[in-house]
Design a protein around this ligand. Sequence first.
Ligand SMILES: Nc1nc2c(c(=O)[nH]1)N[C@H]1C(S)=C(S)[C@@H](COP(=O)(O)OP(=O)(O)OC[C@H]3O[C@@H](n4cnc5c(=O)[nH]c(N)nc54)[C@H](O)[C@@H]3O)O[C@H]1N2
Ligand SMILES: Nc1nc2c(c(=O)[nH]1)N[C@H]1C(S)=C(S)[C@@H](COP(=O)(O)OP(=O)(O)OC[C@H]3O[C@@H](n4cnc5c(=O)[nH]c(N)nc54)[C@H](O)[C@@H]3O)O[C@H]1N2
Ligand code: SF4
Ligand SMILES: [Mo]
Length: 701
Amino acid sequence: MNTRTHCPYCALQCAMSIESGPDGAPTARPADFPTNRGGLCRKGWTSAELLHSPQRITRPLLRTDRSGAFAETDWDTALDHVAARLAAMRAEHGADSVAVFGSGGLTNEKSYLLGKFARLALGTSQIDYNGRFCMSSAAAAGNRAFGIDRGMPFPLPDLAAADTVLLAGANPAETMPPMMGHLTAPRLIVVDPRRSATAQYALDHGGLHLAPRPGTDAALALGLLHAARTADLLDTDYIAARTTGFDDAWRHAAAFWPEQTEQVTGVPAHRVREAAHLLGTAARAYVLTGRGSEQHATGTDTVSAWINLALALGLPGRDGAGYGCITGQGNGQGGREHGQKADQLPGYRKIDDPAARAHVADTWGVDPDELPGPGRSAFELLDSLGTGDGPGAMLLLGSNPAVSAPSAERVRNRLQSLDLLVTCDFVMSETAAMSDVVLPVAQWAEEEGTMTNLEGRLLRRRAVLDPPEGVRTDLQVLSALAVRLGQPAARFPDRPDAVLAELGRASAGGGADYAGVTPQRLDEGEELFWPVPGPEAGTPRMFLDSFAHPDGRARFAPVSHRGAAERPDADYPLYATTGRLMGHYQSGAQTRRIAELDAAEPRAYVEVHPDTGARAGLAEGDWARVVSRRGAALARIRHRSDARTDTVFLPFHFAGDQAANNLTNPALDPTSRMPEFKVSAVRLEPADTAPTAPTAPTAGG
Ligand SMILES: Nc1nc2c(c(=O)[nH]1)N[C@H]1C(S)=C(S)[C@@H](COP(=O)(O)OP(=O)(O)OC[C@H]3O[C@@H](n4cnc5c(=O)[nH]c(N)nc54)[C@H](O)[C@@H]3O)O[C@H]1N2
Ligand SMILES: Nc1nc2c(c(=O)[nH]1)N[C@H]1C(S)=C(S)[C@@H](COP(=O)(O)OP(=O)(O)OC[C@H]3O[C@@H](n4cnc5c(=O)[nH]c(N)nc54)[C@H](O)[C@@H]3O)O[C@H]1N2
Ligand code: SF4
Ligand SMILES: [Mo]
């Protein structure tokens, strides 16, 4: 049996080995790999605990009455029940009455098979996934500028040779700690309304922290472009030779001279000039964006504004320079390529492109007319559930939207109104706890699969343990359901290698081409960055010769600053922004069940400037109600004297009445359909009660 695999959590996909601890229980240890170089964060170190947690679900759970308790059942009963209910729903209300919700945490094989399951076994167009909440704005802006979306078009270790790196809305010191080993550039510029751990690191190492008002990054990027041009720092040869559209883009930036930029963003004009100088005079510079810049109703244009800056300085497609978006979930990159998205077929193909439909239908052995068209985006899909228009049943893998979706109370009501909710999970997440059927699945270290990390690097997660008895893999569940829904078994293989081989064929010739990826090549340690169209080497650095648009040029986007969908006013005078802590992952479904992580941060808190707290009559440690137009979250006051006085910050890892998403605004970006997780207008009030919700529901309740 192998011992080496990769972490279950984020897109860095740190390598680890699973060893037998002193008590015989599996324990994770770091292993060497180019992204983590023998490091792990706290979540990685403790990740093996969930493999043998008493909170693990190991039997299918079923209930016929949503208000009643779950009963354990056998697999045949559970799968027969689910297939019969789905088939009945489809017969009565049509194929689109059944929805599928997937995840950027799923392996490439699962993502691919899930998309195929939706389109063929269910015939539904109603599939989307949680990556819509994560990567969609950066993906849309990357496609627009470069003609293809590979978040980081260069290997991470390239960053070590940089002179200047600008990080906009990313906090890797907490979200990807081993990545800090690559961020050794003498000048780090961190753009974050908060003095995040990464911003503090930059200040401690001779860099800059620019702290704009939440939702004003586009203005700051335009201002930096303005300042760089005024100081004659633009790469005019590159602009002429490798891009189109500069003049139109410049027309929007022309209004953002540094003093005007200060007005809109609050970043002092001299800091704007200083940052432009550091970036523009560096021989090797990178611009990187994270969710802080992207999770806005203007996220696509905001990322475009950052890319415009990078293009004007001549960075993308040059060795030792570039633009990249820092992908989030374990398979945030691969998960957005192989057909879980509402508008997509495998290989990053568009579902409304006749040639793409013909290629994929041919691989699947069906007529192109059998493939449904595009469906609804994640929030729109969740918001339509159980309404007259929307699906009445949903199958969900790898997400916990009862906690992580915007305006979560509204989403919980929609989930509650479904006729049938089926969740595949290994723990009783808040969403699983609302389901009719919970199917217990294997965890990362118990099954084989490939992932595509934040650099577009393919890697193989190996099974290092057997799953507990009674547990099946997601692929086995999808295959068994497909057969019960009348599909030929050969069309839904449940062996990961067979699915990968088919994925390779389906993606061949597409943007994200995996045709040449094989388990053998990965096992032999070959470094494969997509596209990998055949037996030749992959593509570690993209765009060195040309961009992926037909004319080979990158495109400036003519974008301006629009600002947040909701601004503070007399009733809701503060900005609330949300994000992550080092010790919890996402909705917390996994990490709140790990003793050490739960003990470190067991409850929600809200970071406030002491003066802001005092104005609301709140002191350090008090329980506050943070109230927006959507709802309220309970959180304990945590003072930060370095915080902006107009902005509070809440981590979104907690559930029930401590869920930050009770507040958040589902205003969607017009292009990417990304919700505005990073800006809500709120007020603070003393809470009259401490929270009531259990932080972690257990099996059965
Ligand atoms: N510990 C931990 N690590 C994780 C995860 C986790 O849940 N926990 N999740 C993984 C996933 S899926 C993702 S997507 C990544 C996300 O990784 P990051 O993007 O680093 O994470 P966030 O904390 O969401 O946001 C980063 C920063 O954006 C700032 N911000 C808020 N509003 C604005 C704004 O208007 N402008 C700017 N410039 N910044 C703003 C926040 O203060 C925050 O410090 O992390 C991955 N790694
Ligand atoms: N306010 C606010 N909200 C946010 C964000 C924010 O910054 N602020 N960030 C957004 C972002 S970037 C993201 S990525 C989302 C993430 O939020 P979610 O989509 O809720 O992701 P997780 O919490 O990771 O939920 C994963 C669930 O699937 C299970 N799971 C894990 N792996 C597998 C698997 O292989 N198979 C199956 N069947 N189940 C599995 C886990 O046990 C867990 O219950 O949250 C978004 N929500
Ligand atoms: S940085 Fe990401 S991949 Fe690495 S150990 Fe932490 S959670 Fe796992
Ligand atoms: Mo994410």
